[in-house]
Write a protein that binds this ligand. Structure first.
Ligand code: AMP
Ligand code: ZN
Length: 487
């Protein structure tokens, strides 16, 4: 089955065919860097990381460009508030973004262009639009003339007449038409500016992406991504600019991810309803953020709340618990690698077929995850089935662990050392439940002593105290282990 993608342009699912077979040019609108990014901003980064990995798996060479908007009103405002420069603000938050990105273990993009580094290309792009009549100059400002681009509205499904009718009456006198958008504007006092044929100023927002695309990837790209809020006007304007200059198709496939809500409310800075990715990763774990984003289809809106996170943690810890059991068998030197169990081979074969189809079906990651759990269940069943040959189990464990890791790699998931991940989860639960780890360890040690002294009454009493603190204790012939109660 070939890859099918839902294309916002045309609103249908269609076979994905890059302009040049075997090569994919992909661009995703990156962040405006004036603050730490919230988890919603990372939905796109996590999705398109998978998109690029899957395209590579299908044999394509992918060039993925993800830009930083490092000049913008909000950056300048923040710089003024902090009495510093826009450059200092954007540098700081690009670093912060890169720190979060690295912590998530996502694959580096081929290019991270910044607006400030693409001024000559942006100016020459605008100049081209002025020269071919798609843009006009008024008092040092340059506007794109919507009337010159008849396909305006095709991506968002907006009709020009409706858009015009929706405009307020008191429009900017400088514009020929109310929908015309700015390509270049003169700088206000104390704002950063660049020399241009029109004024000392800076570009409008939309032009940066078109200019970066043209200079890094060319006139036509294969995939353009971003959040749904960018469809209109940003991406609509990008098409008008790109096609207005080149006369060629700007982009073959438009992919837009739905929004993430927090506690049933839109996650947005202006509403103060955000959770930064850093805060999420400090509170929970980077793995949980990635798993959360991919557990549901990217075109579904997604509500994050405590209950949902708890359920996701439980599911994720089931995968890691099985990986831990697999690792114990793999590292058992008394065993040799026997024959992989037929039931596991069959489960993997079935899951592989379904997962490939699901990935190719517009990245149906929810289904991919449920297939992973099918295989986890089969492997767990093997471990508890009586009479299985231990050497065969070791071979099955290796196959299971390799399989999880290779699918996981596409999603940048399941690559953690299971022992480390499970102990990270314990630390997380200790934090979330407000427990004192030293108190737990002291009680565990007291219980060990009680057991050595065969003082079963004391041992049981301490166990009850631990249970009351939501600590589960497991006694086995090799010793005592404990974990914080999940959920
Ligand atoms: P911004 O910095 O606001 O331009 O946003 C950067 C990217 O994050 C854009 O692609 C937005 O569409 C996306 N985005 C912003 N808020 C959310 C959200 N709550 N859920 C998902 N994506 C979002
Ligand atoms: Zn953009």
């Amino acid at each position: 089955m070939t890859l099918k993608l839902f294309n916002t342009l045309g609103k249908n699912k269609a076979a994905f065919t890059p302009l040049k077979a075997g090569e994919v040019k992909m661009y995703v609108c990156g962040p405006t860097v004036y603050g730490r990014l919230h988890i919603g901003n990372f939905r796109g980064a996590i999705l398109f990381n998978l998109v690029r990995n899957w395209l590579e798996k299908l044999g394509n060479k992918v060039t993925y460009v993800y830009n930083y908007t490092d000049v913008d009103d909000q950056i300048i405002k923040k710089a003024n508030e902090e009495k510093t420069t826009a450059t200092e603000i954007s540098e700081r938050y690009i670093k912060a973004f890169e720190e979060d990105f690295k912590r998530l273990g996502l694959k580096k993009h081929e290019f991270n262009p910044r607006v400030t580094e693409f001024m000559p290309q942006i100016i020459s792009f605008i100049d081209g639009l002025v020269k071919n009549g798609h843009a006009y100059v008024v008092d040092g400002e340059v506007y794109y003339s919507i009337e010159k681009f008849k396909d305006y509205g095709a991506l968002s499904g907006n009709k020009l007449e409706d858009l015009n009718a929706g405009q307020r009456v008191e429009v900017d006198k400088k514009k020929k038409s109310p929908l015309d958008f700015v390509l270049w504007k003169p700088a206000k006092p104390n704002e950063p500016f660049w020399e241009s044929p029109w004024s000392k100023g800076r570009p409008g927002w939309h032009i940066e992406c078109s200019a970066m695309i043209k200079s890094i990837l060319g006139d036509t790209i294969d995939i353009h991504g971003g959040g749904i809020d960018l469809i209109f006007p940003h991406h609509e304007c990008e098409i008008a600019q790109g096609e207005g200059l080149s006369g060629k198709k700007y982009c073959g496939h438009w992919m837009h991810n739905e929004f993430l809500n927090l506690n049933d409310q839109k996650m947005s800075k202006s509403l103060g309803n955000i959770m930064t990715a850093q805060n999420f990763m400090d509170t929970y774990h980077p793995e949980i953020l990635k798993y959360m984003m991919l557990s549901l289809h990217y075109r579904s809106s997604f509500n994050v709340n405590n209950e949902r996170i708890s359920n996701l943690v439980l599911a994720l810890s089931r995968v890691y618990a099985s990986l831990k059991n697999a690792l114990n068998l793999i590292h058992d030197d008394k065993l040799t690698f026997g024959k992989v169990d037929d039931a596991l081979s069959l489960a993997i074969k079935n899951a592989d077929a379904k997962m490939i189809d699901s990935m190719n079906d517009d990245f149906n990651t929810g289904e991919v995850m449920s297939q992973i759990f099918e295989v986890v269940r089969t492997f767990n069943n093997l471990l508890v089935t009586k009479g299985k040959n231990k050497n065969d189990l070791k071979a099955s464990a290796q196959k299971f662990a390799d399989w999880i890791k290779s699918w996981g790699a596409l999603m940048s998931l399941f690559q953690e050392d299971p022992n480390k991940f499970i102990s990270d989860l314990d630390e997380m639960y200790i934090r979330l439940k407000g427990l004192d780890k030293q108190v737990i360890i002291d009680k565990i040690n007291l219980r060990l002593i009680a057991r050595q002294n065969k003082d079963w009454a004391a041992s049981d009493k301490i166990r009850d105290e631990l249970i009351a603190m939501e600590i589960e204790v497991f006694d086995s012939p090799t010793g005592m282990t404990w974990q914080v109660k999940r959920g």
